[in-house]
Design a protein around this ligand. Structure first.
Ligand code: NAD
Length: 483
């Protein structure tokens, strides 16, 4: 057995034919098996049920029945349940990382550190937040209480299959809500491992339920369900709009974490080598399949050509290969469809006259698997398709600017507003540029990701926030009592 096969074996991937409803693994009412593919080998590695609206109905009914008792538990009792879940999940960390390397194609080391380590940190934070009693606020003659919002329908994407789920489920449970999860079709196996942990932790029946299936069938049944109070969605803007329409008919609350086209703004007094190196790493994390990816690198003209050379060199260090090979820095894209989509964008960049400085359609990649070479374009027009649309692949566009005002204008020339970076030797100047960016988060000089900071977008990047106290608040109602 070679190293990759040995790595894959640790995931213990197998067919799953049950759903988790009302605290039990149950047979779906009516479901066909849905294949799960390993994008590095192109092999189907398992099947899970593609459930329908009948199973969504069962799961929502279980979550509704569990809501009252769960909401009435003391914060300390809820936190104890979540603490046991954290322990059960932590015990599965190795298996989870290997499973994510298989179903997403994330290099194993990144799957360990980012895809598994980060959600464990987020869940630990939610255990701590769950333990805190929320004191009522006094406003004049009013006492203002925060109360659990009810039954949550959570619909999640494939790119960070544990983090996106924990960000919702951890917050909702900590807030006193109950949940039905519909994970992404491409990556359901990670969700099964989470529910193995939920089952082992012995959470009260019905508090959290799993229904796998397609977006148009199971996902839309959940978003449209009359007994779901909050729909919490992460995914594409188009699906976010469709879900909002479904929820609008019954005035249900919707939170949306959508796409991005974030700008990394490098001013002329920045530490250029560091700014470019970190910027390229950010753009190529998870093969560019990251909603916060800094896919536009904006560089001051005085250091522009130097930055282009540095980016091309950094890009060539992103070796493509099997996620379980320790030398791999860039895994495959998640699916053939996604790979073809990214190829189309690269062709469009060339057709629009951008200067290819690394990668591109003719660069060598492994013959088997859905790989794209890390690709860098320079001289990209800020209005061109590759500078405007979310590519969701390892494709970076470099754009020159002449002064801070122009940098801000180019950065804000986007329908999205999720994240961004600013680099300068003068932190006050960087802060002033960061404040002018119409985006939900900005990192100055590589400021570290903070899992307690509010996460979410302006404009078409979404509505609402996840993580920390702000994320928990999305699952609370507000009641004013006057005396
Ligand atoms: P997607 O919108 O196709 O799917 C996301 C989820 O929605 C899946 O579970 C899918 O089954 C479900 N879905 C699809 N159609 C549905 C429908 N009609 N009704 C109800 N549910 C439906 O997105 P994706 O391909 O899974 O993910 C990629 C996109 O998600 C990218 O655009 C990316 O930027 C975005 N994303 C955003 C964030 C964020 O936090 N802002 C995080 C990850 C991904």
């Amino acid at each position: 057995m070679d190293q990759a096969d040995a790595g894959r074996a640790t995931a213990k991937v197998a067919d799953r034919d049950r759903l988790y409803i009302d605290g039990e693994w149950v047979t779906p009412l009516d479901a066909l098996p849905m294949p799960v593919q390993d994008p590095a080998t192109e092999e189907v590695v398992a099947h899970v049920p593609a459930a329908g609206s009948g199973d969504i109905d069962r799961a929502v009914a279980a979550a509704r029945a569990a809501f009252g008792p769960w909401a009435d538990l003391s914060p300390a009792a809820r936190a104890d349940h979540l603490d046991r879940l954290l322990a059960a999940l932590t015990a599965r960390a190795g298996q989870i990382a290997a499973t994510i390397a298989i179903e997403v194609g994330t290099p194993f080391k990144v799957a360990q550190r980012v895809q598994t380590g980060l959600p464990l940190t987020v869940l630990r934070d939610y255990v701590a937040l769950a333990r805190e009693e929320i004191e009522p606020e006094t406003i004049g003659n009013s006492l203002v209480f925060r109360e659990p919002a009810g039954v949550v329908g959570a619909i999640t994407p494939w790119n960070y299959p544990l983090h996106q789920v924990v960000a919702k489920v951890g917050a909702a449970l900590a807030a006193g809500c109950t949940v039905v999860l519909k994970p992404a079709e491409l990556t359901p196996l990670t969700a099964y491992l989470l529910f193995d942990a939920i089952d082992e932790a012995g959470l009260p029946h019905g508090v959290v339920n799993l229904v796998t299936g397609s977006g148009p069938v199971a996902g839309s049944a959940l978003a449209a369900h009359p007994d779901v109070d909050v729909v919490s969605f992460t995914g594409s803007a188009a699906t976010g709009a469709a879900i909002s329409r479904l929820a609008a008919d019954r005035i249900a609350r919707v939170t949306l974490e959508l796409g991005g086209k974030s700008a990394n703004v490098i001013l002329q007094d920045a530490d250029l080598a560091k700014a470019v190196k970190v910027g390229v790493g950010n753009a190529f994390l998870n093969a560019g399949q990251t909603c916060t990816a800094w896919t536009r690198m904006l560089v001051h003209r005085s250091v522009y050509e130097e930055a282009v050379d540095l980016a091309a060199t950094a890009s060539s260090g992103y070796v493509t290969g099997d996620p379980f090979d320790p030398g791999t820095r860039l895994g495959p894209l998640v699916s053939e469809r996604q790979r073809d989509r990214v190829r189309t964008y690269i062709d469009k960049g060339l057709a629009d006259g951008a200067r290819l400085v690394s990668g591109g359609p003719d660069a060598t990649v492994p013959a088997r698997g859905f790989f794209i070479a890390p690709t860098v374009f320079a001289d990209v027009d800020p209005d061109d398709t590759i500078a405007q649309e979310e590519i969701f692949g390892p494709v970076l566009s470099i754009i020159p600017f002449s002064d801070d005002d122009q940098a801000v204008a180019i950065a804000n020339n986007s329908r999205y507003g999720l994240a961004g970076g600013v680099w300068s030797g003068d932190e006050e100047r960087a802060l002033s540029v960061a404040r002018r960016l119409r985006t939900g988060a900005v990192d100055i000089n590589g400021g570290a990701f903070n899992p307690r900071a509010p996460f979410g977008g302006y404009k078409q990047s979404g509505v609402g926030r996840e993580l920390g106290q702000h994320g928990l608040s999305e699952f609370l109602e507000t009641k004013a009592i006057q005396r």
